[in-house]
Design a protein around this ligand. Sequence first.
Ligand SMILES: [Zn+2]
Ligand SMILES: [Zn+2]
Length: 456
Amino acid sequence: MPVETELYELLGVSVTATEAEIRKAYRNKAMKHHPVKNPDDPNASQKFQEMAAAYEILSDPQSREAYDMYGMEGMARGGGGGGGGMDMDDIFATFFGGGGGGGGGPGMHFGFDFGSSSGGPRRRKGEDTTIPYSVTLEDLYNGKSVKMNMEKEVVCGVCHGSGAKGNAKPKKCAKCEGKGWTYIHTQVGPRQMATMRAACSECHGEGEKIREKERCKKCKGEKTVKEKTRQEIQIERGMPDRHRIVLAGAGDQQPGVPPGDVIFALRTEPHAAFERSGKDLLARVKITLSEALLGFSRILLTHLDGRGIRVASPPGTVVRPNETIVLRGEGMPTFKHPELKGDLFVVLEIEMPGPEWLARVDREALAGLLPPKKTELEPRPAVVDEAEYEQTELADVRGRSFPAGSDFFSSHPHGYGGYPGQFGDGGDEEDWVDEDEEDEEDEDGMGGAEPECRNQ
Ligand SMILES: [Zn+2]
Ligand SMILES: [Zn+2]
């Protein structure tokens, strides 16, 4: 399933459409929406150009593959480094390449604003800035407001984004003669070269440049300057791991273009005491052997907000090793509904007494109190050999030159302290799938599911 479907929707075809179907759909649409046929529609030209651009991408198997995998982001970033063998220049050339009927030319840019229904000149949105941001489980439990200093590009206040001194006007670019593009030669196969159009490297596709001495002193003709800003983000209670906090329009500015967004992508740091699975928490707590046998009533743990949590075991019960109890309503707050909390699962690990204790104790009296030892195996095997008692760790087995499979000890898939992990081993973030993030798991875009084909 492609990560984005806008281009397909634009042409009114299914994401599984064949090349022939795409060509046919484009022809029909192009005829219907040609600006000459729609003189009363101020958006006709824009629509027509967008369809042409969509066709350019989808009619080429390579660029279509890149689009399916990475969306328009992939088109702008050259395939995101994921295979497919496309690089920036190829995709650039695809965009500006001739053929296909009507695409290309100056003024064409990446990142079409397909949602725009306003008329006027074609506009794109500035690039979004994604910033990974580490949060602790405490932050996500209690909520937090974070202020940070950032630097961003803002439109120059002196020239108001013209890049020129006073009323100086830019001059036609000498390299591309004002077209904004030049021909480039690209290798498309082992022995095949293609001539394509690409944005002019001198004027960055604008077709004009400001002369050196007529450039604005402040921005040196760059049209934007760097400015320090202070951003504040709210870590809300119960936000899922990998949640994206979007500061709309807070990204770098460019003249004549709506600024992109600044996106903080949350990453939860591993916690020493708690693991999180959606709304639920897991903690491992050690109790002593006498607590396991005789019961306990004490503060078992300190919660993420600093509260002590007291638990009493029911009288007359014996706690087995790794017995799990659930503390209802002591899990994570629900995002947007922090008053609703999940549950806290507590695994009770039994701390066995050490040799010092054994040295002090009356072992005969102890034997009389404890349940009896096991007797010899019955029926007794005919041959009995003696073997050495040597302590080891389970993990050692996997370090051998002929390693056992990962399911060697199937109840301990991660060798986590020798105990079965109820929530996985906690160290592997891929085990954590938040409900609203599940779509991202299919990052290769090759899910193969039949996509829904929405009507325009
Ligand atoms: Zn300036
Ligand atoms: Zn140029």
